[in-house]
Design a protein around this ligand. Structure first.
Ligand code: NAI
Length: 451
């Protein structure tokens, strides 16, 4: 589905008209291109001090070839100033050592001079300490304050920029590189205003050009849309992928799988024999499990039939639960595995006409939270990815007014692409992303829904 308004808004005539009328002006978002190696295509500014900044400094030369600090002599880097420095593509600020209220001004001091010097689609990242690990109430409060700051700055930053906050546990600094490669690159272009926690993790990526090499992945609902993009992206990153979708899609699915050396399986995930068939199709086990298959049957609750309720709950929630349990019990889901559940912003904010769908997606977020502690004992992580408005056949089928509202009601003023969700899944599937578990990552351009 093409967004004609986006193209118009970026034409010469469109820019003038949209400016005069004060209409939303979305910028074309920059996306990751296959074959690219350096996460940051431009200058990276590092500020603040602490164990997290030291970890960033240690791998920064692999992220960008133009590194700067905001102060003389800091991090052994040249000083950046608004007057003489280049435009900034990425900013990282370690706020983890801020412990007193009056120190919060450091956020203003660091970010304010940069705001008029940002390149297009800049990526801003704040690193911090998890408030719940700090004993002093004021220190914990100060770390909490970073949430409000980062989510607000995310709404103010222009030009397709994104701002995230990562709370990094003591001892988890050595797992920052994967998160930096994701959050400072166009792979996270449709993500903004997100807050995640990184914990210690024993597994690491060997080869950043193929971080999923040697891994076996399963993607459900892979015949089209977001699922097809996830399968392709996991294959790009080195995984062997089994694409699953309903039997009707068998031919298309097989052709898609052949394109990137994967295998295909026509199977209804709700069928009684689905667990057995899946176990049979994965004789060597699976490392990455992506529950993407999903359906909508929208109606207000007043008009919703029992069948509409049951079908959505069965596909979106019961099947992922049943299949994951079967793969776990059989030992097919290997140690250090990665499970990703595709939820939805509807499951966080609720949505008119989607009581069934929102319940199923909120349930998936609950599944990630409920299972994370037990799976963590085997090194397995489980997370939910919650897309906002993504351009697929599912959203193309929406009525025009609902579709236009969904597209524009976010900080990017446009819908995301299946690739945006796929990049988030591919990051969470990496060995070092065991540092993240039981959490939900929204890929929604900081949607105003459920903000
Ligand atoms: P889509 O409708 O284009 O693709 C869904 C795929 O799942 C289809 O290929 C379908 O055949 C398959 N599927 C459905 N029931 C199945 C079953 N019983 N067994 C096996 N496969 C089955 O949907 P889209 O847009 O690509 O969405 C993918 C996921 O992302 C879904 O879980 C959806 O709820 C979620 N999502 C999508 C958003 C969007 O804006 N497109 C927003 C938020 C979440």
């Amino acid at each position: 589905m093409t967004d004609r308004y986006l193209a118009f808004a970026n034409s010469t005539a469109g820019r003038r008209l949209i400016g005069a009328l004060g209409l939303p002006a979305p910028v074309p978002l920059e996306r990751w291109m296959a074959g690219r190696t350096r996460p940051v295509d431009g200058a990276l500014l590092l500020g603040g001090a602490g164990a997290r900044a030291d970890a960033v400094r240690a791998c920064a030369h692999k992220l960008s070839n133009a590194l700067f600090a905001d102060r003389e002599g800091q991090h052994d880097l040249p000083r950046w100033t608004a007057e003489h420095g280049p435009r900034l593509k990425a900013l990282v600020f370690d706020a983890g050592e801020l412990t007193r209220f009056e120190q919060l001004i450091a956020l203003r001091d660091f970010f304010q001079p940069t705001l008029k010097a940002l390149a297009t689609c800049p990526r801003l990242l704040i690193l911090a300490r998890p408030p719940e690990t700090l004993e002093a109430p004021q220190a914990a409060c100060v770390q909490c304050a970073l949430e409000g700051f980062s989510r607000s700055l995310a709404k103010e930053v222009r030009g397709g920029g994104g701002v995230q906050l990562l709370y990094v546990d003591a001892g988890a600094e050595d797992r920052l590189e994967g998160a930096l490669r994701f959050f400072l690159s166009p792979k996270s272009v449709y993500i903004s205003g997100q807050v995640l926690r990184l914990a210690r993790c024993d597994t690491a990526v060997d080869d950043w050009s193929r971080p999923l090499a040697g891994k076996q992945a399963l993607v459900t609902g892979a015949a089209r849309g977001i699922g097809a993009a996830i399968a392709e992206t996991l294959a790009r990153d080195g995984a062997q992928v089994l694409l699953l979708d309903v039997p009707d899609t068998a031919d298309d699915l097989a052709a898609l799988a052949a394109r990137f050396g994967g295998r295909s399986l026509g199977l209804d995930i709700c069928a009684a024999e689905a667990p057995q068939q899946l176990l049979g199709a994965l004789p060597d086990g699976v490392d990455i499990l992506v529950h993407n298959a999903g359906v909508t049957r929208d109606k207000t609750l007043a008009k919703m039939s029992e069948a509409q309720w049951n079908q959505v709950l069965a596909v979106n929630l019961e099947a992922p639960h049943r299949l994951t349990a079967a793969l776990l019990e059989a030992g097919t889901l290997r140690d250090n595995g990665r499970v990703v559940l595709i939820a939805s912003v509807s499951g966080i904010a609720g949505n008119f006409g989607q009581c069934n769908y929102a319940a199923s997606k909120a349930g998936l977020i609950g599944l990630a939270q409920a299972w994370a502690p037990a799976l963590g004992q085997r090194g397995i992580s489980i997370n939910a990815v919650a897309p906002g408005f993504i351009e697929t056949q599912m959203t193309a089928a929406m009525p025009l007014t609902v579709r236009e509202a969904g597209r524009r009601m976010n900080a990017m003023r446009q819908g995301g692409l299946p690739q945006d969700v796929a990049e988030a899944v591919a990051w969470l599937a990496q060995p070092d992303s065991g540092a993240v578990s039981g959490q939900v990552l929204r890929v929604c351009g900081q949607s105003l829904l459920g903000a």
